[in-house]
Design a protein around this ligand. Structure first.
Ligand SMILES: [Ca+2]
Ligand SMILES: [Ca+2]
Ligand SMILES: [Ca+2]
Ligand SMILES: [Ca+2]
Length: 545
């Protein structure tokens, strides 16, 4: 205990190393931390969500598209690309896609089980190597997150004969229990486990498989004239409105540029994919987005449905207004170029997701001025709030307890709660505090409340926040607190995937100016706190397991 105390004190001071705001850390809070605390003294205002019917919300989560199958099938042409590339079920699993075994017909299930018995790796399974089976699985709505609609109204689902496939929340936010099959580092076949992050999803490669990946233009890493042709992101060169399909595919399918388990959800022309976050217990997670832009869950969902699942909506007057507000002439250029790309690739009849005009265009309720059916949005909220967190890993109770005590005493609770059944603190951790090496260059001024567009060269950590950040709602540019749940399953850490393990996250070797520079020098203590983190769930805090 005494030992811990000394380390604790040194540690709290250690956290300050390299922090510009270090001088302003109050002595009182240092002492409180040394004595041990369960969470930040001022966690910020509690955030309430509007909720509807969770049973109805389950359908929304799994199958609702609001018409985005028009974008995915006619503009991006994903099913055509899957067909042309003769994607086998095994290949689909390698891309990280999952299959809902409950949607697969009994005969196919039986054949698969027999073939897996003969070769548990699945490599020689005739079924898993047959591209026609891929279409069959898609048509059965068994490929998770790619719902097929009876677009031609003939009562049959067939994506190769007039029907369209879209995208639902489940694509990124569901895995299976792998009860029928699980491909190492890939997808699985089994019963759905909604809300859990699909860490193996290779979205970049999936998007590249589409026949017209250029239709994803606003969400690619671009070089814009308004920015003097400069680009930022993980690729050395930005794409343009005249980049070929092959060039776009080369960007998307390179995991160095578009890492696995990540999605670039910002239409800012920057290549800034971020790791998919958990989507269970969303009553605990606000504000939403790693940068905390959005306070209400239904508003976040509306943005996903209206813009991310059909980015052609960015070419509407509401979409253009948002792009202009966020990025001025660069935003206008994205919209203008996007129209050119869509014309050059014969995309017509867009936007596909249409929704009524909202009374507060530009607010977080309707960033581009439209809002899909509110009942479905709040039903969805009810469902993802009802989804339980998975149980923490089984860890040695002695380590768990010692790790928890360390967590309480070395400064972690300046930001995080110990008890993960409590909502995360709602404040935004300012960039300089979470990333002392932040040293941004101002790229453009904007109208208040928006902060200037800025970027720290040489780091990806701040890229997500360059254009879109919590200054939209008058908050600072920084990072929102994450759920510390399901951590044992996480292969990489921090929103930008920059840290390969918990061991590395907490190892002072990363240095005092790195993102999240909160360390334990003692290896044994590091091990204990890691066991605590891995063991965390939303029910084990009082149980003192
Ligand atoms: Ca049909
Ligand atoms: Ca492509
Ligand atoms: Ca982006
Ligand atoms: Ca940067």
């Amino acid at each position: 205990m005494n030992n811990n105390f000394v380390t604790a004190k040194a540690m709290v001071l250690g956290i300050c190393v390299g922090l510009a705001g270090c001088g302003s850390v109050k002595v009182a809070s240092v002492e409180a931390a040394a004595a041990g605390s369960d969470g930040p003294a001022n966690p910020g205002p509690p955030i309430q969500q509007q909720i509807g019917d969770s049973a109805a919300g389950k359908k929304v989560f799994r199958f609702e598209t609001f018409g985005n199958e028009g974008f995915w099938t006619d503009a991006l042409r994903l099913p055509a690309g899957v067909k042309a590339a003769r994607v086998t079920p095994l290949k689909a699993l390698e891309l990280g896609l999952s299959v809902d075994v409950d949607m697969v017909d009994a005969a196919t299930r039986k054949t698969l089980a027999e073939q897996l018995k003969a070769d548990p790796s699945g490599r020689t399974s005739a079924l898993l190597n047959d591209p026609d089976v891929t279409a069959k699985l898609i048509n059965a709505n068994a490929v998770i997150g790619m719902p097929v609609k009876d677009s031609n109204g003939d009562g049959v689902l067939d994506v190769n004969n007039g029907d369209k496939a879209g995208v639902a929340c489940a694509l990124c936010h569901t895995i299976t229990d792998g009860s029928a099959f699980s491909l190492p580092n890939g997808g699985s076949v089994g019963h759905r486990r909604d809300g859990l992050t699909n860490h193996n999803l290779n979205l970049g490669a999936i998007l590249a498989t589409a026949a017209n990946s250029r239709a994803f233009y606003p969400l690619l890493q671009l070089a814009l004239k308004a920015n003097g042709g400069k680009t930022f992101g993980r690729a050395p060169k930005g794409l343009t409105e005249t980049s070929t399909e092959a060039e776009v595919d080369a960007y998307l399918s390179n995991p160095t540029y578009y890492p696995i388990g990540m999605f670039d959800d910002t239409f800012d022309g920057n290549g800034n994919p971020m790791h998919i976050t958990p989507f269970f217990r969303q009553d605990l997670a606000a504000p939403f987005g790693s940068e905390g832009t959005i306070v209400k869950l239904d508003n976040f969902s509306n943005l996903v449905f209206t813009v991310l699942f059909d980015p052609t909506n960015l070419t509407t007057s509401g979409g253009r207004a948002l792009l202009h507000q966020l990025a001025g002439s660069a935003g206008d250029e994205v919209a203008d170029n996007y129209v050119k790309v869509l014309a050059a690739t014969n995309v017509t009849g867009y936007p596909y997701v249409r929704a009524p005009a909202h009374s507060k265009p530009g607010s977080e309720d309707a960033f581009i001025g439209i809002r899909v059916d509110n009942t479905k949005l709040v039903d969805l909220s009810a469902y993802v709030i009802s989804l339980p967190a998975p149980s923490g890993a089984k860890v040695a109770s002695r380590d768990f307890r010692r790790g928890r005590q360390l967590f309480r005493t070395i400064g972690c609770t300046e930001c995080h709660n110990v008890d993960q059944s409590k909502a995360v603190p709602s404040f935004i951790v300012p960039m300089k505090k979470i990333f002392p090496g932040d040293n941004p260059v101002i790229l453009a001024q904007r109208d208040p409340p928006l902060n200037p567009i800025q970027d720290t060269p040489g780091s990806y950590f701040d890229d997500k926040m360059a254009v879109l950040n919590a200054s939209v709602r008058g908050e600072v540019r920084g990072i929102a607190l994450p759920l510390l749940l399901d951590l044992a399953r996480k292969p990489v850490f921090l929103h930008d995937n920059s840290v390969p393990s918990l061991e590395s996250l907490l190892d002072p070797a990363r240095g005092s100016t790195a993102p999240h520079p909160f360390y334990l020098a003692d290896q044994q203590q590091r091990k204990e706190i890691i066991e605590f983190l891995r063991g965390l769930d939303d029910g084990n805090m009082s149980g003192k397991k």
